[in-house]
Design a protein around this ligand. Structure first.
Ligand SMILES: Nc1nc2c(c(=O)[nH]1)N[C@H]1C(S)=C(S)[C@@H](COP(=O)(O)O)O[C@H]1N2
Ligand SMILES: [Mo]
Length: 236
């Protein structure tokens, strides 16, 4: 008998083949069972380790194949109406149009996102520019401590400057090669992959550097101020 915790090489190979096929969508469309894909992705993610040594899947999360639209008060999705203000504790505040943001976009990165409700998507492809580049262009003042993302209808999210400057933090306008859909924040959203997903403001209108912390929309409603998924900082 095979010990289920000690699979044979053939079983491992079969499992890998299954995951590949499932990830390609064939098993899912054939069976119409996305939970099967989620099980496979979750199993694979649990075994994986990030370059920084942390597990690929934070505790209490399961992997989904694609982002779930989580709602929110949508803003104007038209690129023509878009403006992004970079302001606050910076030397040279400025405003970008969508065309200017496109012109400065220079990265497409596979990023993992982790929703506090328990789902994660691993390696979603986001296109945009690094927040760090925008902040460098604006010139951070020494007293800056936090970034507040400002979004349509008053939604905000606060992120410590040290996290906001990470090279994986993006101002993004494409997901998996296509323009962001309205549900996912069109035309532009923030992506802060290493904090719970509520920090990733959709329908982004501003990036404000502040000298004192300003808890955002969810942080004022009982969610954790820091939101580290590996410490399960879900609620305050
Ligand atoms: N402007 C704005 N951004 C937001 C929200 C929101 O309500 N308004 N919800 C947040 C929450 S709670 C989550 S989990 C993610 C969901 O992003 P998604 O709908 O693209 O999956 O967006 C975050 N960004
Ligand atoms: Mo959320």
């Amino acid at each position: 008998m095979n010990d289920p915790d000690d699979p044979t090489l053939e079983q491992l190979m079969a499992r890998r083949r299954f995951i590949r096929t499932a990830a390609a969508g064939t098993v899912v469309s054939a069976l119409g069972a996305s939970w099967l894909l989620s099980d496979a992705l979750t199993g694979e993610a649990r075994a994986a380790t990030r370059a920084d040594g942390r597990p690929r899947l934070p505790p209490g999360q399961r992997a989904l194949a694609r982002l779930k639209p989580m709602g929110g008060d949508a803003g104007d999705p038209s690129p023509g109406g878009f403006r992004l203000r970079v302001h606050g504790a910076v030397e040279r505040p400025f405003t970008l149009t969508f065309q200017q943001l496109l012109a400065e976009s220079n990265v497409t990165l596979p990023l993992d996102v982790h929703c506090v409700t328990g789902w994660s998507v691993l390696g979603a492809s986001f296109t945009g520019l690094r927040l760090r580049a925008l902040l460098e262009r604006a010139g951070l003042r020494r007293e800056g401590r936090y970034v507040v993302f400002e979004a349509a209808h008053g939604y905000t999210a606060n992120v410590p400057l040290s996290s906001a400057l990470a090279p994986s933090v993006l101002v993004a306008h494409r997901l998996d090669g296509r323009p962001l859909s309205r549900a996912h924040g069109a035309p532009v959203r923030a992506i802060v992959p290493d904090l719970y997903f509520w920090k990733s403001a959709k329908w982004l209108t501003g990036v404000r550097v502040v000298t004192r912390d300003e808890p955002g929309y969810w942080e004022r409603r009982g969610y954790h101020n820091r939101a580290d998924p590996w410490r399960e900082e879900r609620h305050a």
